[in-house]
Design a protein around this ligand. Structure first.
Ligand SMILES: *[C@@H]1O[C@H](CO)[C@@H](O)[C@H](O)[C@H]1NC(C)=O
Ligand SMILES: *[C@@H]1O[C@H](CO)[C@@H](O)[C@H](O)[C@H]1NC(C)=O
Ligand SMILES: *[C@@H]1O[C@H](CO)[C@@H](O)[C@H](O)[C@H]1NC(C)=O
Ligand SMILES: *[C@@H]1O[C@H](CO)[C@@H](O)[C@H](O)[C@H]1NC(C)=O
Ligand SMILES: *[C@@H]1O[C@H](CO)[C@@H](O)[C@H](O)[C@H]1NC(C)=O
Ligand SMILES: *[C@@H]1O[C@H](CO)[C@@H](O)[C@H](O)[C@H]1NC(C)=O
Ligand SMILES: *[C@@H]1O[C@H](CO)[C@@H](O)[C@H](O)[C@H]1NC(C)=O
Ligand SMILES: *[C@@H]1O[C@H](CO)[C@@H](O)[C@H](O)[C@H]1NC(C)=O
Ligand SMILES: *[C@@H]1O[C@H](CO)[C@@H](O)[C@H](O)[C@H]1NC(C)=O
Length: 480
C-alpha cells in the first residue's frame, strides 16, 4: 500500500518536473461596429430598428485543437480568456488607456502542439456581468487556424463582417527557462551541486568550464590525474583513492612497515635486492656481511630474522654472546645460579667457564727489581724504569725510537741513551746545528768563512795581513 502511494507521488512529481510552460498572447488592435448591431442584425441596445445606445463590447478568446467546423460553443481545450468591457462601437488600441485591458493571455502547461484553432468572439455584455454565461451576445466571430512554433512573431489577423471588423495580433512564447517548439525543454542556468551550466537558445545545457555529464554535475579532474586512482569534486583537482598518492595519484602506497621494498599495487611490499621478509627488513646476506655470531657460533640465514646463530656448547644468546650457566660447564669448582649468567669462579680461577687458573705473586718472578701486583685474572709485574716484558726481563731499548738526529749514533743504556753527534751538531739528541766560525777569531778585520768540505772556519784576511788567523803583518816596500 505504502509502495503504491510512494510510486504515485513520484509519478506526480515527474509530471510537474517535465511540464512545458508557455503563453499564447493576443492583443486587440481595433474593433469597429459602426451600427452597434449584433451578429443577428439586432441592435445591442434598443429595438431591431433603432439602436438607443452603443454596444458594451468585450472580447473572449478560445484556443482549441485544429478544428474545421467550429461549433457555436466550442470547448476551449487549450485554454480561454476574456477582456473586461473595452468600450462601445469603435475601439482602437491607441485609445485604450490600459494596454493590458486589450491583451489576452492564455497560459498553457503542456507541450505546445503548433497546430491550433483560435476562436475570437466580439460580444456585447448584456448585463454587465462578464462570464461565459449566456448573459452576452455575439457581435462578430473571428476564426484562425494556424501552425505556429514558439517563440513566434506577432501574427496579425483582420476579420471583416457587414459593417463590422476586428483586427488583432497573436503569438506564442515560452516562459522563462522553457525552450523548444513545444516549450517543453526546461533549462535554468545553475552553478550548484545539481549542475554547473548555462543554456543556449535551444535550451541545451552548456557546461561551465571544468564540468561535464548530462547535468554538468561531474567535475573534470586535473589533466594529469590518473583517473584509475584519483577523483575530484571540484574541477581541475586530483584527490587520490585510498592506497594511492602523489600529485597525479600514480604512486601506490606501500604496506605500512615496508622498509626496503616498493609496490606496483597498493599495500604491496616487494623487496629490493638483498632484502626479504614481509616488511623487507631481513637482509639475506646478513651472516656474510656482519658475521654476527660470537664464540665460534655458526650463522644461518632465517626468513623471520636477519640471522640465527647456532652456538657451540656452553654459549647462548642471539649472537652466542652469553655463557650458558650450567654446572657442568663451570670448571674448577665454579658454580652457577639461575639468576646470573656465567660461572661464579673460585678465587684461583677465572674465564667464562673458570677454565683459567690465576697465578699468585708467589709464583710470579718479577725480574730487574719489578714488583708483583695481583689482578682479576692473576698477577702483573710493575717494572722499574728501563725494563719491560712479562716479567720485566727485557731491558727497554731507548734507541728504538731513533732519538738522535742528523746522523748521530745512538748508544742504549739502562733507562736512557747517549747520542754520538756528527761534526757540526750538538745537544743530547744532536739536534743543535753549530756555527763553524764559532770560536774562530780572525785578526785585523779578517773574515771567517765556513769551509765547504770539513766542519771548520778559515780566515779571509784584509789586504796587508796573512797567517792562519791573519795575525801576521806583511812587510811592504812602500811603508817607509
Ligand atoms: C474556460 O476556462 C475555464 C477555466 O479557466 C473553464 O472552466 C471553462 O470551461 C473554459 N470555457 C470553455 C468554453 O472551455
Ligand atoms: C447564467 O445565467 C442564468 C440566467 O440567465 C443563471 O440562472 C445562471 O445561474 C448563470 N450561470 C452562471 C454560472 O453564472
Ligand atoms: C450597413 O450600413 C449601411 C449604411 O449605414 C446600411 O444601409 C446597411 O443596411 C447596413 N447593413 C447591415 C447588415 O446592417
Ligand atoms: C560557480 O560557482 C563557483 C563557486 O561556487 C564560482 O567560483 C564560479 O565563479 C561560479 N561560476 C560561474 C560561471 O558563475
Ligand atoms: C595510471 O596508473 C597506472 C599504474 O598504476 C598505469 O598503469 C596507468 O597507465 C595510468 N593511467 C594513466 C592515464 O596515466
Ligand atoms: C636486519 O638488519 C638491518 C641492518 O642491516 C636492520 O636495519 C634491520 O632492522 C634488521 N631486521 C630485523 C628484522 O631486525
Ligand atoms: C659453590 O657452591 C658450594 C656449595 O654451595 C660452595 O661450598 C662453594 O663455596 C661455592 N663456590 C663458589 C666459588 O662460590
Ligand atoms: C709501580 O711502581 C711505582 C714506583 O715503584 C709506583 O709509583 C706505582 O704506583 C706502581 N704501580 C702500581 C700499579 O702499583
Ligand atoms: C778595521 O776596519 C775598520 C772599519 O772598516 C777600520 O776603522 C779599522 O782601522 C780597521 N782596522 C785595521 C787594523 O785595519
Amino acid at each position: 500500500m505504502d509502495g503504491v502511494i510512494t510510486r504515485g507521488l513520484i509519478y506526480i512529481s515527474l509530471i510537474i518536473q517535465v511540464f512545458s510552460s508557455g503563453t499564447f498572447e493576443m492583443a486587440i488592435l481595433s474593433i469597429y461596429n459602426g451600427n452597434g448591431r449584433r451578429s443577428d442584425g439586432h441592435c445591442c441596445v434598443g429595438t431591431k430598428e433603432s439602436c438607443s445606445d452603443q454596444c458594451r463590447t468585450f472580447v473572449s478568446a478560445c484556443l482549441l485543437q485544429h478544428t474545421i467546423n467550429v461549433p457555436e460553443l466550442p470547448e476551449c481545450i487549450f485554454g480561454n480568456s476574456s477582456t473586461a468591457v473595452l468600450g462601445g462601437n469603435v475601439i482602437l488600441s491607441q485609445t485604450l488607456n490600459d494596454f493590458e485591458m486589450s491583451t489576452l493571455l492564455i497560459r498553457f502547461q503542456f507541450s505546445w502542439p503548433a497546430v491550433f484553432t483560435l476562436v475570437v468572439d466580439v460580444r456585447h455584455d448584456n448585463d454587465n456581468y462578464l462570464s461565459q454565461n449566456d448573459s452576452s451576445e455575439l457581435i462578430i466571430r473571428s476564426i484562425v487556424s494556424e501552425t505556429i512554433y514558439p517563440p513566434s512573431y506577432w501574427y496579425t489577423q483582420t476579420t471583416l463582417g457587414e459593417n463590422k471588423s476586428i483586427q488583432y495580433t497573436y503569438r506564442v512564447i515560452c516562459d522563462d527557462n522553457y525552450y523548444g517548439a513545444g516549450c517543453e525543454v526546461f533549462c535554468r542556468p545553475r552553478n550548484d551541486s545539481f549542475g554547473h551550466y548555462v543554456c543556449d537558445q535551444d535550451g541545451t545545457k552548456l557546461c561551465l568550464p571544468g564540468w561535464n555529464g548530462e547535468f554538468c554535475q561531474t567535475a573534470m579532474c586535473w589533466d594529469r590525474c590518473n583517473m584509475s586512482h584519483g577523483f575530484c569534486y571540484e574541477p581541475f583537482q586530483c584527490s587520490c583513492f585510498i592506497g594511492w598518492e602523489g600529485e597525479s595519484c600514480d604512486q601506490c602506497i606501500r604496506n605500512p612497515g615496508c622498509i626496503n621494498g616498493y609496490c606496483h599495487e597498493p599495500w604491496q611490499c616487494i623487496c629490493n635486492g638483498d632484502w626479504t621478509g614481509k616488511d623487507c627488513n631481513i637482509d639475506i646476506n646478513y651472516c656474510h656481511k656482519y658475521d654476527p655470531c660470537e664464540h665460534s657460533g655458526t650463522c644461518l640465514p632465517d626468513n623471520q630474522k636477519n640471522f640465527t646463530c647456532e652456538c657451540v656448547t656452553g654459549y647462548t644468546g642471539t649472537s652466542c654472546e652469553s655463557v650458558i650457566c650450567e654446572d657442568r660447564h663451570c670448571q674448577n669448582g665454579g658454580n652457577c645460579s639461575v639468576s646470573s649468567i656465567g660461572c661464579k669462579c673460585p678465587d684461583k680461577y677465572y674465564g667464562p667457564h673458570c677454565e683459567f687458573r690465576k697465578l699468585t705473586c708467589d709464583e710470579t718472578d718479577c725480574m730487574n727489581g719489578g714488583t708483583c701486583i695481583p689482578t682479576l685474572t692473576g698477577t702483573m709485574c710493575n717494572c722499574t724504569k728501563g725494563f719491560t716484558g712479562d716479567n720485566c726481563k727485557s731491558e727497554i731499548d731507548e734507541c728504538n725510537s731513533s732519538p738522535c738526529k742528523y746522523g748521530g749514533i745512538c748508544k742504549d743504556g739502562v733507562d736512557g741513551y747517549i747520542c754520538d753527534c756528527r761534526d757540526g751538531y750538538t745537544g743530547n739528541n744532536c739536534d743543535i746545528i753549530m756555527d763553524p766560525c764559532m770560536g774562530t777569531t780572525c785578526f785585523h778585520n779578517g773574515t771567517c768563512v765556513a769551509s765547504s768540505s770539513v766542519f771548520s772556519g778559515s780566515c779571509l784576511c784584509s789586504q796587508g795581513y796573512t797567517g792562519h788567523r791573519c795575525e801576521i803583518v806583511i812587510e811592504s816596500v812602500y811603508r817607509y
